[in-house]
Design a protein around this ligand. Structure first.
Ligand SMILES: [Zn+2]
Length: 118
């Protein structure tokens, strides 16, 4: 008896939709050689600023807490200031809770911190 080979037709659906990672340019001249990573900010429950600004701040939890590349600690009031983009040295940030103008600096060990601008 002959066994007839069964023909298996597999349909391959072409998967459309490539991820478009192109970020809109904000028009400023970029000194950075690499594009910055961007971050999704979620509500942090930080109550010392109006609701729409809360996601830009959070309370530093102390030992065991870690800062993301888009976070720096305000040296004045110790809250964590957050950004949609990762911070780079030279970035200006504003701490709304204590109304300090800050600049992001890089420490010798590579960590990013904020210094008060006078
Ligand atoms: Zn502050």
């Amino acid at each position: 008896m002959n066994e007839e080979p069964t023909t298996v037709t597999s349909t391959m659906d072409a998967v459309g939709g490539s991820e478009n990672a192109a970020a809109p340019s904000d028009g400023t001249a970029a000194d950075d050689e690499t594009p910055r990573r961007t971050f999704e900010l979620e509500e942090t429950g930080f109550k010392e600023v109006p609701k729409r600004w809360r996601k830009f701040y959070r309370i530093w939890q102390g030992e065991g807490d870690t800062l993301g590349p888009n976070e720096v600690i305000c040296p004045v009031c110790k809250v964590v200031i957050r950004s949609h983009r990762e911070f780079r040295p030279g970035d200006r940030v504003y701490c709304m809770p204590c109304m300090s103008r800050l600049v992001v600096v890089q420490r010798p060990d590579g960590r990013l911190e904020a210094d008060v601008l006078y």
